[in-house]
Design a protein around this ligand. Structure first.
Ligand code: NAP
Length: 201
């Protein structure tokens, strides 16, 4: 398969690439990294990316960030960061991608643990995750031509332990391999409309 992986250089993206690269052709994408440069925050950049890749069999996204902070001090603008930089870029990757994904192909998005097992200050990030999980569940029903759509929702990665040191006490840290297996199931498997939770391993 020919597979676009946006965010391939990140912690989650690298886990996805490791799981898929031996069997498939990977086109890695980032704003400043990868085979192709594109910024998913910008719909025109998404369109240009697809024009450059041409038809593919699968699209994987492992991007996104949002605001962390106390709820009672959170502004409307801060709340919207996760919507603008995690939810909408990944939704737009799907909306703009239909003409470029072959029949029977798939989209795989990335959400995360915070809408089911929150930490303090994670209301905005949890909301973006929940919206992504809801989007794939409902979008799967409308997918044409046998296309599938799923979301990988990992716990904190072992590779990100230092980055999030002190924020996820008591949370399990999952391996690249466990995260990669979820992307493998999403891309190479048969499920659709699923949130593939990676909680252990
Ligand atoms: N790490 C974890 O433990 C973990 C756990 C659960 C969920 N998640 C979720 O997984 C996603 C990825 O997290 P991560 O830790 O892997 O992030 P990361 O290490 O910061 O990597 C993000 C990657 O995405 C690319 N990127 C970021 N914004 C982009 C954009 N607008 N358009 C195109 N490429 C973009 C970056 O490359 P450039 O800088 O070149 O653009 C980079 O390769 C996030 O939504 C995060 O919430 C992460």
């Amino acid at each position: 398969m020919k597979i676009i992986v946006v965010g391939a250089g990140g912690a989650v993206g690298q886990a996805a690439v490791k799981a898929l690269e031996a069997r498939h052709e990977i086109i890695s994408v980032g704003r400043n990294s990868g085979d192709l440069h594109a910024d998913l925050d910008d719909v025109d950049s998404i369109r240009a990316m697809y024009r450059e890749t041409g038809k593919v069999d699968a699209v994987v996204s492992a991007i996104g960030h949002g605001h962390f902070g106390a709820l009672e001090q959170m502004t409307a603008e801060q709340f919207m960061l996760g919507i603008h930089h995690k939810l909408l870029p990944q939704v737009n990757l799907v909306l703009e991608g239909f003409d470029y994904v072959n029949d029977g192909g798939s989209f795989t998005l990335t959400s995360g643990v915070l809408n089911r097992d929150p930490i303090r200050g994670s209301a905005a990030a949890g909301a973006a995750n929940g919206a992504l999980d809801g989007f794939v569940c409902a979008a799967a029903v409308d997918m044409p031509r046998g296309l599938r759509i799923n979301c990988v929702s990992p716990e904190v990665l072992e590779a990100s332990r230092e980055r999030y040191d002190g924020f996820f006490n008591g949370h399990y840290h999952v391996s690249d391999e466990a995260v990669g297996l979820a992307f493998s199931r999403a891309v190479e498997g048969c499920q659709t409309g699923q949130v593939l939770i990676v909680e252990f391993g």
